[in-house]
Write a protein that binds this ligand. Structure first.
Ligand SMILES: Nc1ncnc2c1ncn2[C@@H]1O[C@H](COP(=O)(O)OP(=O)(O)OP(=O)(O)O)[C@@H](O)[C@H]1O
Ligand SMILES: [Mg+2]
Length: 594
């Protein structure tokens, strides 16, 4: 399945059997626990069925004139049954819940392992928030299947079936009264239950929408408040919440109706049984204990039927969740290593070649981000990409990192077509400073070490020094060990950028890609970082996107990009002399009147 084929939550999953098969894959390693759980489940269900008889016997023993000695025995038997029931129920709970937690932990790991390898395209087609909800909400639902629903379901099926048979053997006549109420009960459970299920699915979707909204606004809080849109946001949120409530209201109504039908039919049935049973007892064809036994057992059986309906809808919901997880588990990245990937040379020289590359972003098929793009970069050369916003500069870097494959043309490094290489192999030879700095909620030290996981603390410190970051790091409360907030809160834009540069410096790769790496720096730190970068660029092939003259001027060659095409190239002086777009950009952006 391609990663674009993930269905949206609203569509029902295909075959539930397929979903269950996926689940089974995860349960299989824990067969022992499953067997133990099933064993205790059988015992627990059996004891529930035996308890009415044990009680009935006690009652009969109490009212029989002759032997009071029997009563002790019956009481002892009753206690033994109760003891077995308590113990087996507790053990069943332990093993089943253990299984549920274990399986869900394994599923979460498997889904995450899969997600982390998918190409960016996947997250453009599937909202990341939806994916996160699959990882959390859907796995929790699956946990309810494995960790409880299935066992509750199995227990109730056993009690319902065997209990019904037992009742029938005890008194076929009384049982026919019970048989009368079963059809309307089943009808209600199946048809109304289905309605409840549909409503609860859409109610879940609504709640998910609320969650997405709630997630979005606080993270954009300063924008909300700066533009004084608090009341607008509140209104939007409250209408989402009310929407969720409206759907929930319909579900509750139908569910209430179902509850009425079930309770009413069940107890009408019991009333009929009581009426006839009482006649039997008076006639002497049945003892009081037997009647108590029969009624108790039929209440247990009826309770099991009712529970089945509840668990059934839960199972359905969880099967849907399992289906969505199964889809994620088979999602394939469009960008992956071919069967026999061509290995990149040990020492990549950095000979980069774009040949007639045309590329459209998958979510923007109609506009080409790069159009017949040709570019050769010699090993060790520094090339600057300039051009207006949206010209396709960042796209060039995205293709070099092979986040996407071009629709036509080829991108090669040292003669190796990137689409024939293993992306991990390729990327290990590239250091990248992205346009939007990504900082993880971790210490400063680890954030820099992200560039090369095996690097020593001394190497990290050296990289920070080279990126002119040591000053502000040492001023932070715990220096290098300072924990950063999510997305780097607590740092300024320029500080974040310097960490990203330190990360790239630490990577020590032959190909260096800088996407406006110094855009957020003040003049003084830029000067320092610039020196560090120049030092870094020596002997490496560098592609640098810059809005600042200082960076651009230092490049061996400047490429002017507009609308996905190269419209001019040369040195700064040559391009200024030519006039045109570059000169205009130079005048405006670089602030240098030529
Ligand atoms: N992930 C994406 N999905 C769809 N379209 C995209 C995506 N990223 C960029 N584009 C589009 O591709 C074109 C080129 O974008 P690119 O990011 O390469 O521009 P840029 O030259 O880096 O601009 P800037 O200077 O603003 O960073 C733009 O029209 C942009 O809207
Ligand atoms: Mg860009």
């Amino acid at each position: 399945m391609s990663d674009s084929a993930i269905r949206k939550e609203h569509e029902p999953p295909k075959g539930n059997l397929v979903n269950l098969k996926t689940l089974w894959e995860f349960v299989r390693p824990y067969r022992l626990q499953l067997v133990l759980a099933s064993f205790f489940l059988l015992i627990a269900a059996g004891t529930v069925l035996v308890i009415p008889t044990a009680l009935g016997d006690i009652v009969d023993a109490m009212f029989s004139a002759d032997s009071t000695g029997n009563l002790d025995q019956y009481i002892f038997l009753f206690v033994a049954v109760v003891c077995a029931m308590a113990l087996s129920t507790a053990l069943r709970f332990y093993f089943i819940t253990w299984l549920g937690e274990r399986v869900v932990a394994d599923i979460r790991k498997a889904v995450y392992e899969r997600l982390i390898t998918l190409s960016p395209e996947f997250f453009e087609e599937n909202r990341p928030s939806e994916i996160v909800s699959r990882l959390t909400a859907d796995t929790t639902l699956v946990q309810t299947i494995v960790g409880s629903s299935v066992s509750v379901w199995a227990r109730n099926i056993l009690i319902a079936l065997f209990g019904t048979a037992w009742l029938f053997i005890m008194s076929p006549k009384l049982m026919t009264y019970i048989a009368l109420i079963i059809p309307p009960l089943l009808f209600a459970i199946i048809f109304i239950g289905r309605k409840v299920r549909d409503l609860s699915r859409s109610s879940q979707d609504k709640v998910a929408d609320v969650g997405i909204r709630a997630n979005e606004s606080p993270s954009a809080l300063n924008i909300v408040q700066a533009f004084t849109q608090e009341s607008y946001e509140s209104q939007r949120f409250s209408s989402d919440v009310d929407g969720a409530f409206d759907v929930a209201k319909r579900r509750i109504k139908v569910r209430a109706f179902l509850t009425f039908i079930i309770i009413f039919t069940v107890f009408s049935g019991i009333a009929m049984v009581l009426f006839n049973g009482a006649q039997n007892v008076t006639a002497g064809t049945m003892t009081g204990g037997e009647m108590l036994d029969f009624i108790m057992r039929s209440i247990f059986v009826a309770g099991s039927f009712a529970a089945l309906s509840e668990v059934y809808s839960e199972l359905q919901r969880a099967a849907g969740a399992a289906g969505r997880l199964a889809e994620l588990l088979v999602a394939e990245s469009k960008i992956k290593a071919p069967l026999n990937p061509v290995a990149m040379p040990e020492a990549v020289k950095g000979n980069i070649n774009f040949k007639n590359v045309t590329f459209h972003y998958p979510s923007k098929q109609d506009i080409a981000a790069l159009n017949g793009f040709d570019l050769q970069i010699k090993p060790g050369e520094t090339v600057a990409l300039v051009g207006p916003s949206g010209a396709g500069k960042s796209t060039v870097l995205q293709l070099l990192l092979r986040f996407y494959d071009p629709q036509s043309g080829s991108v090669t490094i040292d003669g190796i077509n990137l689409s024939t290489a293993d992306p991990c192999d390729l990327r290990s030879h590239i250091a990248f400073v992205p346009q939007d700095t990504i900082i993880f909620a971790d210490s400063i030290l680890e954030n820099i070490r992200y560039g090369r996981k095996g690097a020593s603390d001394a190497d990290v410190h050296a990289a920070a020094e080279a990126a002119a970051a040591t000053d502000f790091i040492l001023k932070a409360p715990q220096g290098f060990d300072t924990q950063l907030g999510e997305r780097g809160t607590g740092l300024s834009g320029g500080q974040r950028q310097r960490l990203a540069i330190a990360r790239a410096i630490l990577r020590d790769a032959p190909v260096l890609l800088l996407d406006e790496a110094t855009s957020a720096l003040d003049a003084e730190s830029e000067l320092k970082v610039q020196e560090a970068l120049e030092h870094l660029m020596e002997g490496r092939t560098t592609l640098v996107i810059a809005h600042r003259l200082a960076t651009v001027k230092k490049a061996d060659r400047i490429i002017v990009l507009d609308d996905g095409k190269i419209i001019a190239e040369g040195t700064h002086e040559e391009l200024i002399a030519k006039g045109g777009l570059y000169k205009r950009l130079a005048d405006l952006q670089f602030g240098e009147a030529a």
